[in-house]
Design a binder for this molecule. Structure first.
Ligand SMILES: Cc1ncc(COP(=O)(O)O)c(C=O)c1O
Length: 369
């Protein structure tokens, strides 16, 4: 059976290059020196992206992004710690859920899905509750595409002597974060996002002094980043079966990342994709949910057409038949759909995707947008 390969305009899994997929055609022995070197090289390159080689460890972890988020909270927050969770979307809510499930004390601060958390909010909240030890923040909240002001918030947290945990799942690799400028204890991302690898592993950049104090914090054997790091530092190997093909694909994806020009080039390409998407959709009368000032060039939420003939499922299937996979909206109050700007796609792909959307809207006789 030949499976057609539509272009994924989704925030991960996303469209990868032929070269990255090709890198998965090798079976690696997990004990083999060459595989250990691959892992070491991967971690070194990942640390370089945040300029964190001296200050942070990179701890890779098997599983999807949420596994790494849960592992970071479980490892970095002591059992008697308290987390302030900043929420403006579904992934922020998930952070709070993780704290609840892990039995870590937490409080939440929630703003509307089109309203970034501000440094002033965080300052006020930290003044109001001295028992908070950690703050957890989503950098780009992928449920809408909103960007939270990470650097300003990080500095306020540092002034209060508190610790920051950043879920940078959908921004890492595309939006600049310098570990020497932005103070944090943990930053979490994954293989299948802006680095354009395939899904299957996450990684946590943990500040060296912070990680050194976390023995025994974790609720879980498999999710213990202290143990994972200690074992890897000693043996060069992953503690449990590594996602070998995912590691190899990410390594190859990083070669291409650097060939392209690293973070500035990736950022620029995604910015261009996002601009083409917004401009072309606007010509069809499709409005984005967020104002430009708080829109990250990662994923765009669009208001669905108001026409009663519009049904997301049919719209999705018809656009898919023309070669593009879109993403459902994640808002409860407003009917929306989302289109990703990330992955191995360029401006020509974005023009073609919106042309496919235009054809579908005509086919569905959707007039009122
Ligand atoms: C900001 C953010 N956090 C966490 C996750 C969860 O990752 P996963 O679905 O890989 O577990 C995602 C996934 O897109 C995300 O965008």
């Amino acid at each position: 059976m030949r499976i057609a390969e539509p272009t994924l305009l989704t925030p991960g899994p996303l469209t990868t290059s032929q070269r990255t997929r090709q890198a998965m055609m090798v079976d690696w022995g997990s004990w083999d020196d060459r595989f250990n070197q691959l892992t070491a090289s991967l971690c070194e390159q990942l640390l370089a992206i945040i300029n964190g080689g001296d200050s942070h460890h990179c701890v890779p972890l098997q599983g999807s992004g949420t596994f790494a988020v849960e592992a970071a909270i479980g490892t970095l927050v002591p059992r008697d710690g308290k987390v302030l969770v900043l929420i403006n979307g579904a992934y922020g809510k998930r952070l709070a859920k993780i704290c609840e499930v892990l039995g870590r004390s937490f409080s939440t601060f929630e703003t509307a899905e089109d309203e970034p958390t501000t440094a002033a909010d965080v300052d006020r909240l930290l003044r109001g509750d001295a028992s908070i030890t950690h703050v957890a923040l989503i950098h780009c909240e992928t449920s809408t595409g909103i960007l939270n002001p990470l650097a300003e918030i990080a500095h306020v947290i540092e002034q209060h002597g508190k610790r920051l945990i950043i879920d940078a799942m959908s921004s890492f690799g595309a939006l600049p974060i310098d570990a020497q400028q932005v103070p944090f204890d943990a930053l979490i991302a994954a293989s299948g996002k802006c680095l354009e690898g395939v899904p299957g592993m996450g990684f946590v950049f943990a500040r060296k002094e912070a990680l050194a104090k976390t023995a025994g914090n974790s609720h879980s054997l498999a999710m213990d980043l202290f143990d994972q790091h200690t074992y890897m530092a000693k043996t060069g190997q992953w503690r449990f079966t590594p996602p070998t093909h995912v590691v190899a694909a990410l390594h190859e994806a990083l070669l291409q990342y650097n060939e392209e020009g690293g973070l500035p080039a990736r950022h620029q390409r995604y910015d261009n994709n996002c601009q083409v998407l917004l401009d072309d959709m606007a010509k069809l009368g499709l409005r984005s949910f967020l104002p430009a000032a708080i829109q990250a060039p990662i994923i765009v939420t669009f208001h669905a057409p108001k026409d009663p003939r519009y049904q997301f499922k049919e719209f999705y299937e018809r656009v898919k038949a023309k070669g593009f996979i879109l993403y459902p909206g994640k808002l409860t109050q407003v009917e929306t759909f989302r289109v990703g700007c990330i992955g191995h796609v360029n401006q020509a792909d974005m023009h073609a995707a919106v042309a496919a959307v235009a054809e579908v809207l005509r086919e569905m006789e959707i007039l009122e947008i």
